[in-house]
Design a protein around this ligand. Sequence first.
Ligand code: MEV
Length: 438
Amino acid sequence: MISPIEGFSKLTQEQKIDWISENYTQDQNASKALLKKYWNADTELQKLHDEFIENTITNYYLPFGIAPNFLINNKLYAIPMAIEESSVVAAASKAAKFWLERGGFKTQVLGTEKIGQVHFMFTGEAQKLKSFFTKIKPKLLQSAASITKNMEKRGGGVTEIELRNITSKIDNYFQLHCTFETLDAMGANFINSCLEQFAETFKAEAQSYADFTETEKDIEIVMSILSNYVPHCLVRAEVSCPVDDLQIDSSISAQEFAEKMVQAVAIAKVEPHRAVTHNKGIMNGVDAVILATGNDFRAVEAGIHAYAAKEGSYTSLTDARIENGIFSFWIEIPLALGTVGGLTSLHPLVKLALEILQEPSAKELMQIVAVAGLAQNFAALRSLVTTGIQEGHMKMHLLNILNQLGATEEEKKTLVQHFKNNTATHSAVVEAYKNLGN
Ligand code: MEV
């Protein structure tokens, strides 16, 4: 019987490891040894990681890979990706190479607007609230001057505060809907600090507003928080080439391949079950770059999926067409990213990832990430409409299966060679491994 623990956070890292291993694992010694094995021998580096979160007991590694040869607006990038899934980096690299030979990727930032809201309850005459808001709006901005000063110096800040009446959905519910320009910062802390200041000033000013009744003066602030739905912090990436240049191999004509690609996208546009998987493939690329560059993948995921459903039904994030013999394939996604602040200057590998990307601005990073998503989708659809996904995937997954089976380096070499010319399924790999005398 395990009992609750008091003061877990106060234990040393070693004590935490002992407690978790002793109470929750079968082989305590093995668990303790494993958790410690993942500690970094460099104590400075370990301390840095320990302090990112609370109750750190060890590190959790993900592979950090590179997809080279991405030509984006005529500049060549090697894109760092942090991801565990076999074949994602290989697929990205393959798509990059394919489009490198066809003019590369073209991208454009369509907007950089970030959003935050103060949600509050006001019981009274909406018209009076409107007059009050108009009067005190400059005061709201002034009250946050110490927070916005530095951002304004760099050309950013609060771009608008709008009063929104949402009483048709919830009685007495209103918002201060605020928009921001946060430049190279993702801006979460900046936005939330501004919002909390607006909320405080708004409530205090209402209390002394002569036109309000006692009830009206008593504005109830429910919460102040940024929104991860940023439909106007938007980036577009595109590839295009003459259909004739899409001859991928002798198994399919260029025209048929282009048509099947367009058909595959058309299905994802109208069929939510397919759209979710289609977009999941896009997120393989997006998340891997987001993680490698120390950005918040949960925020990006939430915002992108909301964007995919903005017309009321979940749809594809990419689009494709053939027009006048030209095949075009593009993506439009919202991305609130930072290349300063947060983990960007703290995590050594994040710093290196940004250096590899030539120290991009947030806008440049938006374009790189959108390209990674588009490339991933191109690679997935290319396989899906031709050989099927398993051929390439199982080739990449082969080493995972062989490692699970406990194959030696020599056996791995032999079997990788064998499956260059044979279809790799899980059972075929096990069979071939047994045939080596195991
Ligand atoms: C697998 O991680 C991603 C795919 O399922 C994406 C897709 O179906 O388009 C291959």
